[in-house]
Design a protein around this ligand. Structure first.
Ligand code: ADP
Length: 363
């Protein structure tokens, strides 16, 4: 039987995306199929480049072609990210694929630590990433990255001043903390805070990014609410700790993003400081505050559980010294942040697919 482009597509219709529950061909993820003798070439096009299951999908494609066409066929797959087109006519950040709010119901749960380390994990996974520290109450990104005292450069474009983000190991960083005296921050009112955050979105040369991670002001009061409204968010990640898991503030954070004034998808819940790992016994895990609280709460609130981050002295120490643990910490810490970052990328794939299909249905 001659190998044709259409026989290749028929074989690939057997490969189902486990998250989107549809085959890759009808999802438009197989492009540029070419057959040359006994070799087949095609592009596997993903909506999000840090997709943790990309290798599984690639292997499944190769297996399907060998199974349904011929065992000895040679398959060359090029994995690509889908070209970004704003889905909702959003032009505030036209070059940015996903804007992800990292938020928490209360301060002190490790929201900023998680935001910084997942942003760097996504860079390590090959994505173009920016980090916007919009925590007007207490911007801590400069400390967490050892960038205190740094001042971003600026350029003039059509008479307008455009700020250039700082570069930290490939991550583009902008923080409200580069411009204000930290003691002043608590005095801000909602409109001033949201106006300043808007400027850090609009008047910064973010370039093209796969992910812009935003460290949000904590809580669900006037300031976080107005900041969430000015950002062109794809969705929100909520950070909590086991002690807070059963608490009303997580529910309030979910309710805020589901409120019609914001109405953005919840990407999922991260349980930080979920279990204690002693430095001298890195293989041991102690669920001091009980196990699976985050998972159960996520189920109850009908949101995705993205994973757990351990409570470790090395995370607090590295963060204080401006040495982010995802880069400088021990392997289990690096793995924990990367796993959670991968789950975020995976959820964004699903959310984007839903938006594309809702948008198509309303046209
Ligand atoms: P938030 O942004 O929610 O106010 P931070 O990220 O500033 O919280 O973290 C609060 C404190 O907890 C910091 O001292 C930080 O180093 C520490 N911390 C955060 N996550 C962990 C963790 N997983 N293990 C140990 N310490 C942590």
């Amino acid at each position: 039987m001659a190998i044709t482009e259409s026989s290749i597509l028929d074989a690939l219709k057997h490969v189902i995306d486990p998250d989107l529950k549809k085959d890759l061909v009808s999802l438009g993820m197989i492009q540029n199929v070419k057959v040359d003798g006994n070799t087949v070439y095609f592009d596997l096009v993903l909506t999000t480049p840090a997709c943790p299951i990309k290798d599984n999908l690639k292997d499944a494609c190769i297996e399907a072609i060998k199974r349904f066409i011929a065992e000895d066929i040679k398959v060359e797959v090029t994995v690509k990210a889908r070209e970004y087109k704003p889905i909702l006519g959003e032009d505030l950040l036209p070059g940015v694929r996903h804007v992800v709010a990292v938020t928490s119901g209360k301060g002190g749960v490790g929201k900023s630590t998680v935001a910084v380390n997942i942003a760097l994990a996504l860079v390590e996974m090959g994505a173009k990433v920016g980090l916007l520290d919009a925590d007007v109450y207490g911007p801590s990104v400069p400390t967490l990255l050892g960038l205190e005292g740094s001042v971003p450069n600026a350029k003039t474009e059509n008479g307008k001043t455009i700020l250039l983000p700082l570069n930290y190991e490939g991550l583009k960083v902008m923080s409200i903390g580069f411009f204000i005296d930290p003691d002043q921050a608590v005095l801000w009112r909602g409109p001033v805070a949201s106006g300043t955050v808007r400027q850090l979105v609009q008047d910064v040369d973010w370039g093209t990014l796969d992910y812009l991670i935003v460290d949000m002001p904590p809580g669900t009061g006037d300031i976080p609410m107005t900041v969430a409204q000015v950002l062109p968010l794809t969705g929100a990640v909520i950070v909590t700790t086991p002690q807070r898991v059963a608490q009303a503030d997580v529910r309030r954070a979910v309710a805020m993003f589901r409120h019609k004034a914001i109405n953005k998808p919840i990407i999922g819940l991260i349980e930080n400081m979920a279990y204690f790992v002693p430095e001298l016994h890195p293989d041991e895990k102690y669920y001091v505050f009980g196990k699976d609280g985050g998972k159960k709460l996520a189920e109850e609130l009908d949101i995705t559980f993205l994973g757990e981050i351990p409570l470790m002295a090395t995370i607090a120490e590295g963060s204080d010294l401006g040495k982010p643990p995802v880069l400088f910490g021990p392997d289990p810490v690096k793995e924990a942040f990367k796993k959670v970052a991968g789950q975020i990328a995976r959820r964004l794939e699903v959310i984007t697919a839903e938006q594309i299909s809702n948008h198509a249905n309303t046209q």
